[in-house]
Design a protein around this ligand. Sequence first.
Ligand code: FAD
Length: 460
Amino acid sequence: MLPPAFVEQLRQIVGRDWVRDDPAALDAYGQDALARIHPPDLVVIPGTTLEVSAIAEACSAREIPLTVRGGGTGYTGGSVPVRGGVVVSMERFNRILEIDEDNLLAVVQPNVVTGVLQAAVERVGLFYPPDPASLEKSVIGGNIAECAGGPRAFKYGTTRRYVLGLEAVLPGGEVIRTGSKAVKNVVGYDLTQLLVGSEGTLAIITQAVLRLVPLPPARATLRATFPSAGAAVEAVSGLIRSRVVPATLEIVDAASLAAVARYLGEELAPAGTGALLLVEVDGLAEAVVEEARRVGEACRAAGATEVLRASTPEERDRLWRVRRELSPALKTIAPTKLNHDVVVPRGRIADLFDLLQELRDSFNLTIACFGHAGDGNIHVNFMVHADDPDEMARARRAERLLFEGVVAREGSISGEHGVGFTKAPYLGLELSPDTIALMKRVKQAFDPKGILNPGKIWTE
Ligand SMILES: Cc1cc2nc3c(=O)[nH]c(=O)nc-3n(C[C@H](O)[C@H](O)[C@H](O)COP(=O)(O)OP(=O)(O)OC[C@H]3O[C@@H](n4cnc5c(N)ncnc54)[C@H](O)[C@@H]3O)c2cc1C
């Protein structure tokens, strides 16, 4: 229960209509895509930076937990208020303030939906490359806080590469500005990049200056099928050896393909397919023609059973269909998905696939994998029945071995989704005690009272 005087103070700050404590709101704002509910005590929906600052100051004065919410599509519980308190939803911060064609940048409020920004800049021939698959719902602030990636990260990098500057509110209410509109800026510590990927634990982002690039004029889409995941990975190495950096390079394994076939009631790949690659190259038209040729060649050299190339937007859509339908299709395997986004150096993907096969065999589990072969970021989905304690226990043991395995292979337990509270118990597998202690001192400097998004990244 929050003190009534505090609740009244927040109503005064944002207006009564923007404070909610009805059960439906507390439920809705108490979960993200992970679907594990911890309701807040109150939801507050500010409209200006000054209001955000006043809310933070009020929470800080009474040491009340404050959790920021963007689009609520996180997979690790980042915006879930595990310690209760106040959820600050940024949904009214949804305006694109500026698209600056001369300086190739955009200034946006944090709750602009990623796909909306992309469409807006593409209308003037510009491009915002970060493309999480959640882009119809996730927002720029959440993408920055998680350093979201996506299929295009191999060629274009993740969200980090596109953030030039930020306006943010510290947990004590102070408003800071980091970076600038200039592409070069080396004055002081790089707080912009420190806030990128900080999972809403250091500051509340209220505005962002984003870098844009010219929209590539041409693109080619290819889909190649292989008898095994190993052959597909060999094709990836081959096309990189032929000096092609595809805009997207997605891999889908046999378990995932089978799920899509079952879900759609039709086969989208030739019988016996062990893995499939979806490859897109983009750039100037002449370069695209040559790169597409090299991609086809590398795939065939690695033993592709079929290489298709889209020549119309409809065909492109058809080739992407298998990837798009994956999420709902996996539910045909089992109702619950323990979803991980591990990453290894690209040269070790084959090794990671071997590890996953060992885990399937040793623990008798269905593990469906797909992901970004270009940057070694593979989405590993343990498909389980939450009401089967034996299967859940086997999955949890396998999960730990997976995390240990990726760290041993010089990778990371998360390439995209962050730590949140689900991966917090595993932090020590990847980071040394000294590194964790330093991170905690950084947190302490930003948030001495520990009110901002408590219970995330660390377990204690
Ligand atoms: C179907 C699906 C597909 C997905 N695909 C991808 C993918 O391809 N790549 C990928 O990287 N992720 C993916 N995700 C995960 C998720 O979409 C990303 O982590 C995304 O960046 C979260 O954005 P959001 O706006 O939903 O943030 P939320 O879930 O609302 O919040 C995420 C974190 O950001 C913090 N936060 C939000 N707004 C702010 C702010 N203004 N200031 C400070 N902190 C803030 C929150 O406190 C929280 O810690 C996917 C999720 C789903 C459901």
